[in-house]
Design a binder for this molecule. Structure first.
Ligand SMILES: Nc1ncnc2c1ncn2[C@@H]1O[C@H](COP(=O)(O)OP(=O)(O)O)[C@@H](O)[C@H]1O
Ligand SMILES: [Mg+2]
Length: 255
């Protein structure tokens, strides 16, 4: 359902700081499946998501979503089919807008609209019902500016916003990395629930090997822009994954 074909991506081409992140990289994802991607810092995980979402342009190659070539489609056009939650809890939301306004914005994704008439009164019950599914009591705070919410509440709201238009694809970039362990657990469980309820194809980057295995059907490890492991998550133990990861890190440090 998502195919990355013969993708090339470099930064600062032709300068002393040239970085070739992807050289003829190809990878496919299956409809309805959750894939976790792990790998050392700088191996290209976020760049991969940025290229899929359209935050960055490809140098060459193709990205197909449900058979449609989206490689040249601008990010806003892709956003109605691709939901995304970032690592930073401030990224997916507009902090100075209220919870209600944020939800209304997410509901307008891909459409044109004016900020003045953003929230339609008759849609408030719909948003409240949606918020209730988070179990965080946010339905009682709809007029609160998002900047007053905790990191966990913001990430949960971001998740809701990223999935409310029933996207074909959900991209999660270390979306619990900035949270404490307990909140991270709550947000991961919520993520699982939303993904399963809506049967969304998901690509999740994680820094946490245990979460990566627990919340995915397929596990991929990357190193320097290449896939070095691609297995069913149930066939890999956390120890095995950590061992491979550590070996790569040692190689990197001693290289
Ligand atoms: N916008 C950018 N400009 C220049 N270099 C970048 C940019 N984005 C990423 N890079 C570089 O590309 C490489 C891969 O980065 P990234 O995809 O963020 O790694 P990861 O998410 O796996 O930690 C790194 O060397 C990083 O410094
Ligand atoms: Mg990253």
């Amino acid at each position: 359902m998502l195919e990355v074909k013969n993708m090339w991506k470099s930064f600062n081409l032709g300068t002393d700081h040239e970085i070739n992140v992807f050289r003829n990289f190809s990878l496919s994802f299956i409809e309805g499946e959750s894939t976790a991607i792990v790998g050392a810092n700088g191996c290209g995980k976020s760049t991969l998501l940025n290229l899929i979402s359209g935050s960055l342009p490809l140098d060459s190659g193709k990205i197909l979503l449900k058979g449609r070539d989206i490689s040249l489609l601008p990010e806003e056009k892709r956003s109605s089919n691709i939901g995304r939650v970032h690592q930073n809890p401030s990224f997916g939301v507009s902090p100075s807008l209220t919870i209600l306004e944020n939800l209304a914005l997410a509901n307008k994704k891909g459409d044109s609209f004016s900020l003045r008439n953003l929230v339609k009164k008759d849609s408030i019950p719909f948003y409240k019902e949606l918020l209730k599914t988070l179990d965080l009591g946010l339905e009682n705070k709809i007029h609160t500016q998002v900047k007053f919410l905790s990191g966990g509440q913001r990430q949960s709201l971001s998740l809701l916003m990223a999935t409310m238009k029933d996207p074909d694809l959900l991209l999660l970039d270390e979306h619990t990395a900035a949270l404490d362990p307990k909140t991270s657990f709550v947000v991961m469980e919520k993520t699982k629930e939303l993904i399963e309820k809506n049967n969304i194809t998901t690509v999740m980057i994680s820094h946490n090997m245990s979460d990566a295995l627990k919340y995915s059907q397929r596990i991929i490890m990357m190193d320097k822009g290449e896939v070095i492991l691609d297995k069913r998550s149930c066939d890999v133990s956390e120890k095995e994954l950590l061992d491979i990861y550590t070996k790569q890190l040692v190689k990197k440090i001693t290289a």
